[in-house]
Design a binder for this molecule. Sequence first.
Ligand code: PLP
Length: 407
Amino acid sequence: MTQDELQALRSDFPILAEKVYGKDLIYLDNAATTQKPRCVVEKMADAYYRYNANIHRGVHRLSQVATEANEQARDEAARFLHAGHRHEIIFTRGATEAINLVAFSYGEAFCHEGDEVVVTVMEHHSNLVPWQMLCERKGMKLRVAPMNEAGELDLPALYALLNERTRMVAVAHVSNVLGTVNPVREIIAKAHARGIPVLVDGAQSAPHMEVDVEALDADFYVFSGHKVYGPTGIGVLYGKERWLDAMPPYQGGGEMVGTVTFERTTYNELPFKFEAGTPDYIGSVALAEALRYVQRIWLTRIAAHEDALLRHATRRLLEVDGIRLIGTAREKGAVVSFLVGSIHPYDLGMLLDKQGVAVRTGHHCAQPLVDSLGIPGTVRASFALYNTMDEVDRFVEAVKRAAAMLQ
Ligand code: PLP
């Protein structure tokens, strides 16, 4: 990406011109949520101003327009993930709801006492707690795959956990704490060899790399719109038709039904069976705009740019006295977690904030991972398509200043 292209892209994001405590904002909390380009916000306003009406229900023109826009958004999401069928795309509130949907609904259909679910030590709470809840509900066992010191999954140990009782492997594509890119394609192939389906938590991969769910052969893949430059409150569950068809509804309500009597209710076909109630049809339309936005830039170029930022940040951070990088896998996404000496991550984060640098501190919703490392948490900088090398340099200088004050 040339400097001119990058500056042009940055001007799509009005918030990047904001000041924080009188300083230029350097926004490095993109793994938590990304900023929104103007086209996404304008798309929402346009939908509200011109064709807001509840979808699927109206005979009137506005409702038809809104319904079409929502269904076109589904097509866009299917294209984005290279899904085989549009009805394999379920709109949810985000990655969390998508995983809860699968854990509940797949669990109801396919899991029994004594069965097992395999997760990994680096899962976000969203891809851990729903499975724990399933295990509690059904009397099942949660098995946890370990990792090595660099933060790479111990694959032989993971594969050794797979057996005839395993009903699901749930794994992050990219760790939100360590940045590790997990070899999900290989994991899926190994699980499938034993007839076990795999859910891929794509919250940290969808914004940063081209994802092809069919090439991966993922059974389920989830992501959140707000991490892909889209609005909050909307996300996607991709599921293979054969699983979704066999799974019962997650919630009951309007639109997910066929016919309803007091005696018996039949359910709607896919994808509507899993979309009870008024969906976030404004969110879906804006999400589609965000997906078109990243595809116009090309995800491969975004990935290359973010990789350059990550390498530069890693190199420069190593200049800081007492730095300890947490997560040094060979394959890493746009995340760098670190500690400096014995400084508490929260204190460092506070002083970075005062210098206009937005980072995240703490356990990043992966408390078991952080506990297993015996650390109080990390400071995490995470990059997006609009970050610059200059911002990385200013961030590192800010870390040095903060560390000098605290040490
Ligand atoms: N999974 C991972 C790896 C994440 O990083 C996150 C959010 O940070 C989630 C799941 C949950 O996403 P959301 O809160 O948007 O549902």
